[in-house]
Write a protein that binds this ligand. Structure first.
Ligand code: PLP
Length: 385
């Protein structure tokens, strides 16, 4: 049974899509259908074969929609596992180049003892291509594994992936992309964009929590060391019975996200304009960004306080990335962008696929009231023109 909704959560406006997207009804239906199947996809009898057929159908969808070969789509429990498996699988015999603003799944997923070099970003949050090239060009006994996210979870900033991929190809580096925040929001294509591997996550695109995929480049099954050996599922690359309902839900959510993409840009732009008039600074504003993400700093107002005020007014937003302790963690992303002073004063507003315009307008007004309450703040008219 669900906990009783006595805390206002049911009526709260949800603007924290980068933590997790609301489940799409079509994904819920697909999950229910899959859950009604009895068989284990590894069983050879009729019920097992039915479950296997559904599993392979989902694999074909995920692979085809992200320009991968189904033979090289490994289902995982989510984005963290997919990233960690790529790091562990491709690190042996390579030096690892990791972006400063990567998610902890990557920053902390690097295998112990690996040789890690950090890739700096500029003040907008984009990777410094000059430094990347310098690092790749430096003579080294080990080839490189470059790990960069396509879209940042805190700021929405997009790296110049086409240029990054060109450099990786020129210097023979394997490019691993953390596409967790990108899939369903911008174009993601494993082969066409020159990735060696890509990680994605079901719950960031309106699917359920508990499913993800690691896509590997190549048309023939590619060997990759498993994190879990187990029963040899996923062609020996990920042991454990596949979470069929979650995988089926993820595949359906992906189809919907790509076939009916949300159009957030104009709503976000109007909201950011109102927020800036109220005194906010948009972190990463100078770079191309996800259309659903705003990282807003209010100098002089601690993020924790902002979150509490907005929560009391019925708005769910977050500071930086969601973190398991429930505390607001210091943002290594803003620090890497040279915005350390703002790091404790920034919140993230991320519009979900089903956001309503009037909810964003109400949020803009609440945010303007919050900003106007700061010491020495110049009162401004709220609302989104
Ligand atoms: N990578 C990025 C950029 C993320 O934002 C997240 C989750 O916030 C992850 C990886 C981890 O994904 P998951 O929650 O599916 O493990």
């Amino acid at each position: 049974m669900l906990p009783s909704p006595d805390d206002g959560a049911v009526n709260a406006v949800y603007l924290d899509a980068n933590a997790t997207e609301p489940l799409r009804p079509s994904a819920a239906t697909a999950m229910l259908e899959a859950a009604s199947l009895v068989g284990n996809p590894s069983s050879v009898h009729a019920q097992g074969r039915r479950a296997r057929a559904l599993l392979e159908e989902a694999r074909a969808v995920v692979a085809r929609r992200l320009d991968a070969d189904p033979l090289n789509c490994v289902f995982t429990s989510g984005g963290t596992e997919a990233n960690v498996q790529a790091l562990h699988g491709f690190a042996p015999g390579r030096r690892i180049l990791v972006g400063r603003t990567e998610h902890d799944a990557v920053r902390k997923g690097v295998p112990e003892g690996a040789l890690v070099e950090w890739l700096e970003v500029d003040s907008t949050g984009q990777v410094r291509l000059d430094l990347l090239e310098e690092t790749l060009a430096r003579p080294h006994a080990l080839p490189a594994l470059v790990c960069l996210m396509l879209a940042n979870n805190e700021t929405g900033v997009l790296h110049p992936i086409a240029e990054v991929a060109r450099l990786c190809a020129r210097y023979g580096a394997h490019l691993h992309g953390d596409a967790v925040q990108a899939v369903g929001r911008i174009d993601v294509a494993l082969h066409a964009q020159g990735f060696g591997s890509l990680a994605c996550s079901g719950h960031k695109l309106g699917g359920p929590k508990g499913a993800g995929a690691l896509l590997l480049a190549g048309p023939a099954p590619r060997a990759l060391a498993p994190l879990f050996v187990g029963g040899g599922q996923e062609q020996g690359r990920r042991g454990g019975t596949q979470a069929l309902p979650a995988i089926a839900g993820m595949a359906r959510a992906l189809e919907e996200a790509l076939d009916a993409p949300a159009d957030h840009a104009s709503l976000r732009d109007r909201f950011e304009k109102a927020a800036c008039q109220a005194g906010a600074i948009v972190c990463g504003a100078g770079a191309p960004r996800l259309a659903n993400t705003s990282c807003l700093a209010l100098p002089g107002l601690r993020a924790q306080g902002q979150l509490m005020r907005l929560d009391l007014e019925g708005f769910c937003v977050s500071a930086g990335s969601a973190c398991s302790s429930g505390k607001v963690a210091f943002s290594h992303v803003l620090e890497a962008m040279g915005l350390k002073d703002l790091a404790g004063q920034a919140i993230r507003v991320s519009l979900p696929w089903n956001v309503r315009q009037d909810d964003v307008e109400r949020f803009a007004a609440a945010y303007a009231r919050l900003a106007a309450g700061r010491a020495n703040a110049v009162p401004v008219a709220g609302g989104m023109a």
